[in-house]
Structures are given as C-alpha cells and as structure tokens.
Design a protein around this ligand. Structure first.
Ligand code: WT7
Length: 570
C-alpha cells in the first residue's frame, strides 16, 4: 500500500443505482441503455421529447421540473408547464421561420426562460446555441459570425451587447421582454406568444445524427470553435445521470453551471431531465450564504459544482454551513478543474459527504472518467473510466505507456456522446484523432494499476480559470485592439482559489508609458469587450515577448516557465 492509500475514502452506505463498477464494466453494452428510451418502441427521436413531454405522457405532468430561486424571487414550474411553454415558444419560432438544422443562439441569464428556450429550439429540430451570460460584444460576434447564425433569443438587457450592425447573418432577434423594451427590428416574445396559438403537436422527429446543440469552446490557438453534438448523446447523458449523478425519481438536483458552458446544458438540463429529476435553477452570482440557503431552501439532494466554488465555500471557514440544514443533501460531485484532496477532506469534515470528481470535455459530450458513489475514492484522482469507455496514456508517437507514467490522456473512439463535428472545420475535428482509433484530450495524465486516472496538466496553452476554459489567443487578440498595446502574450498562472488566473504580458506601443492606471484601463477594455472571466486578473509590462526563431510565434511556454520560477523562488 502506498502512503496515499491511507487516505482513500471508502464508499458510504446507500442504495445506489449502480452497485458494482467492475461487474458493470464486464457486462456493459450501450444497446442495453437504449432500452430506457421511448424511441426504442416508437422510432420517434427528439431529446426535448425524452426530457419533458415523455414524462407528461407517462403521468408525471404535475411533478416539479424547475425550482427557480433568485434572492426573494422564487417559483416552481411543473413538467406540464414546461411542455406547454416550450410548445408555445416553438410555435412562435416556427412561425418566424426557424426550422430543422438552423442554429438558434440563446443568450439569457440562468432563468427558467433559458431552459424553456432550449427545449423549444430542440423540439423544432434546430440546434441550440446557449451563450454564457457574461459574454460581451466580441465574444458574441465571434460565435455568431463563425456559423452565420440567423436567430438569437435574448432579453432586453443582455440583448444590448449584440453587435447587430456587425452581424449581417443575424435575421431575427427575439426578446423575452415586452414590446416597450424592444429596439427597432427586435421581436417581443410575449407579444408574439399572445398573437400566435400554441400547437401541441410541434415536435419534429429526427434521427440520432441530427444536430442537437452547439457550444463554442476555446483552445490554445485561434478563435473558439463550434462543437456540435447530436441527439445520440442522450444515451450516455441519461446513463451517466443515472449511475454517476445517481438520480432517482424523488431527487432535487442542482448543477451550478450556466447552460452557456457544456456542463450547464448536459448536466444542468439533459441528464437530469432524462432521469426525470427536479432542477434547481439558481439565478445570481456566487455568494456563500445564498448558495447554502439555496441548498437548504430548495431541499437539494444531489449537487454538481466545481472546485473553485468548493474552495470559495471552504474559505468561509467551517462554521457557516452549520447555520443551514443540509441534511437532505446526499450526493456531491465536481467537474471542470483539478479537485484538490484538501477540498475532498473538507467535504468529508464539514458536509459529511465525499465529493465525487468527474472528468470530461465539451468535445466528449458526457462524463468519461468518474467517481461512482459505490466505489472507493482516491483523492487526487479524477476516477475511473465509465463502463464501456476505454482510456489509455499515450506517448508522443501514440504508443501506450505503462502505469505510473505521464502522457497524453486518450480515449478509445467512439462513444454515444462524442461531438458530431466542429462547425465547418473538418481539419480541427481530425486534429483530435492523430493516432488511429484514439481521441486525444490535450490533457496529460497518469493511470495507476487500479485504473484510476490522475490529472497532470495540459499539453497545450489552454487556460482553465475557475473551471472556465479560456483561449489565450482570444484574449491576446482583444488586448492588441487597445490603442496602447503593441503585442501581448497570455498565460494561465497557478492560483490557489481559481486554479489558474489569466495573466497578460504586454508590450506597449511607442509613446505610451507604463502605469498602473494604464494597466487597469487595458484590463477593463478586455472585460467590457470580451468577457469578465477572460480579462487578465494580472498584467505586467514587458519590453519584448519571447518568440520562436523561425515563425515568430509567441512562446507562451517560456512566459509560463518564467512565471513558475518566480513563484517557486518566493
Ligand atoms: C478541460 C475541458 C465538460 C466538463 C467541464 C469543462 C479540464 C475537466 C476536470 C477534472 C481536472 C478537468 C481538462 C479538460 N477538466 N474536468 N475533473 N480534473 N481537469 O469542460 O470547458 O471543455 O474543458 O477541463 O483540462 O480538458 P471544458
């Protein structure tokens, strides 16, 4: 036994949906999982039907589908109400020309309207493109322009950030607010809903490969790419919801991510609704008291969040949560960034719960490496491959490395939820498969003799701050639009709370003098134009950037190495 093994956390007693991991791995088949779906009998495929309408048909119409809470504002919607509202919205969208295969962007806060819009768009066979609510002008422009988006659903507040004049493809902007809040040319949804009747038979029947949703995600190079998922993803999203989230009929489930991030869509909407759970939708920003209050007040039983949020709660000390009754909480999970062992031990101590880490990516469409409630947790490990998934650590040439060695985390292709394509970018899509039969994640990892996977970092320059994926190129591009900036290099700097923070190295144009005011002005420029989470939290002026000799590319690795050296010296 290694030293680490002493800290392993055994499973707690419980009646879990999956009781034995190794047994499940041996007998596993995706075909078996498909039996839970109504299309197995009817041949009629549509994610939104399986998430909402099916439950109404099967007699669960009065069950709570959404429990919304935002400060004092709080109400519930049943599955029947979500069905009717999404049918009605779909009727309006169809009357305005939205049809199968169209991309419809949804730019709304974490509010029931966002969840209803997702269902309405998917019912029509259109592809839902949820956008993170913190996006500003440039982030929106990049995404809509990349796929020549024609439709956008937003509200009158966020809608102001859409650079309409710069987006010729954008034909219709639907606003969830009444007409007096709409600008010329915008369509008020409440007015249209009053004028257009609800059709109850609106759902478009699709096939497994039909487009479902698109999430733009950042890499280390270039602008964000559009990752498109297909309806077939529901097989794996359902089964991971059942086995990993361990959702049962009476669960109240809270995923803290906004649907603009893939976690907020796949595990904030699809997986829980496929399992007929009640969703808690919590508006507003992170605040320790309001989060504990949400857990207590909405009677959350299963909770999926991210390490930064847990670390923020941890920073409040061990007493705050004692003011709240969290006795109904039974299962806690984490995703998005490395989960420190200290945080797992904090969870044990203060919540009396293990925190179950999970690993996946926008491109993978569902969890692939997981900690199941019925299995031992090795703190520091992301868990083991979900049954039916095969993982390997490869060297630079694609050879499988032995246990204990660091290499590229690769997954044997394929699985039901894997992306269908990168929007109009076949080359990028193929770049994920450099060795025949393997999907390469871009993560570095170690596999131990029991099959547990330990995250070791990224093999590229992608930044992960608070679990949010940030492309350095996007930030650098914005930085150099500032009149004072000649060149910029951006890296992720290790940070105890956020995992990494965005740090920028800036070369000024001639005639500009370094000052704290100028730095702040540059930071604000990125915040206002791109997105708050992507704005450098730290920036420093530098005379020149390290570059490759031949192509003159910025050597972010070098910037990072220097930064790490500085940290280690302290
Ligand atoms: C990248 C994917 C869809 C999940 C949310 C993020 C990092 C994800 C973990 C984890 C350490 C993790 C990886 C991955 N990541 N989960 N449990 N431990 N790192 O999805 O925005 O597509 O980012 O997030 O580096 O490649 P994403």
């Amino acid at each position: 036994m290694t030293l680490l093994a002493r800290h392993h956390l055994p499973p707690k007693e419980g009646d879990y949906n999956l009781r034995n991991y190794l047994e499940a791995c041996e007998t596993f088949s995706w075909a078996e999982a498909e039996k839970a779906f109504s299309w197995k009998k009817t041949g009629r495929i549509n994610m939104a039907h399986e998430c909402v309408d099916k439950h109404v048909e099967e007699g669960y119409g009065s069950k709570t589908a959404i429990h919304y809470i935002n400060g004092e504002d709080e109400y519930k919607l049943t599955f029947k109400e979500v069905k009717e509202k999404s049918d009605h919205l779909a009727s309006v969208l169809r009357a305005h020309g939205v049809k199968k295969g169209d991309i419809v962007f949804i730019f709304l806060p974490k509010h029931p309207d966002c969840y209803i819009a997702m269902m309405a768009v998917i019912k029509l066979g259109a592809i839902a493109g949820p956008l993170f609510e913190a996006f500003m002008e440039e982030a929106i422009r990049d995404r809509v322009a990349d796929c020549d988006g024609k439709f956008m659903i937003t509200d009158h507040v966020l809608g102001k950030r859409i650079p309409k004049n710069d987006l010729p493809s954008l034909e219709k902007i639907f606003i969830t607010s009444s007409p007096e809040h709409c600008e010329a040319g915008e369509i008020s949804l409440p007015a249209e809903l009053a004028a257009i009747e609800r059709e109850s038979d609106i759902t478009e029947w699709l096939d497994m490969e039909s487009g479902l949703n698109i999430h733009y995600t950042s890499g280390s190079t270039g602008k964000p790419k559009g990752v498109v998922h297909a309806h077939r993803a529901m097989v794996q999203q359902y089964l991971t919801g059942k086995w990993v989230l361990d959702l049962k009929n009476d669960d109240v489930y809270w995923c803290t991510a906004h649907p603009g991030w893939v976690t907020g869509t796949v595990y904030g909407i699809f997986a829980p609704w496929l399992n007929r759970a009640t969703l808690v939708v919590n508006g507003g920003r992170f605040d320790a008291r309001s989060w504990y209050r949400t857990l207590e007040k909405t009677e959350v039983t299963v909770w999926y969040s991210a390490p930064t949020a847990f670390r923020m709660l941890m920073a409040e000390g061990n007493d705050l949560q004692k003011e709240y009754d969290l006795s109904l909480l039974r299962h806690v999970l984490s995703v998005g960034e490395p989960l420190n062992p200290e945080v797992i031990y904090w969870g044990e101590e203060t919540l009396g719960k293990r925190i179950h880490d999970t690993w996946w990516m926008t491109e993978t469409g569902a969890q692939l490496i997981v900690n199941l409630p019925s299995e031992v947790i090795k703190p520091g490990s992301m868990g083991r491959p979900f049954p039916g998934i095969q993982v390997a650590i490869l060297d630079d040439d694609g050879n499988i490395l032995p246990h204990g060695e660091v290499g590229h985390l690769a997954i044997k292709a394929s699985w039901p939820a894997i992306m269908r394509e990168i929007w109009k970018n076949e080359e990028k899509y193929h770049s994920y498969f450099p060795f025949p039969g393997w999907y390469l994640s871009g993560d570095l990892a170690i596999l131990d003799e029991d099959g547990y996977v330990f995250f070791q970092g990224r093999s590229d320059d992608m930044i992960n701050s608070s679990g949010e994926r940030i492309g350095p190129f996007e930030v650098e591009s914005k930085l150099i639009e500032h009149p004072a900036v000649a060149e910029a290099g951006v890296i992720g700097k290790p940070d105890a709370l956020r995992g990494e923070i965005v740090k920028a190295f800036i070369v000024l144009r001639k005639g500009y003098k370094p000052s704290d005011e100028l730095l702040e002005d540059i930071r604000q420029f990125v915040k206002k134009k791109l997105a708050a989470h992507a704005a450098p939290r730290e920036a420093e002026f530098i005379d020149q950037l390290p570059k490759t000799k031949i192509s003159g590319k910025i050597l972010r690795r070098e910037l990072k190495a220097r930064e790490l050296e500085k940290i280690n010296k302290r």
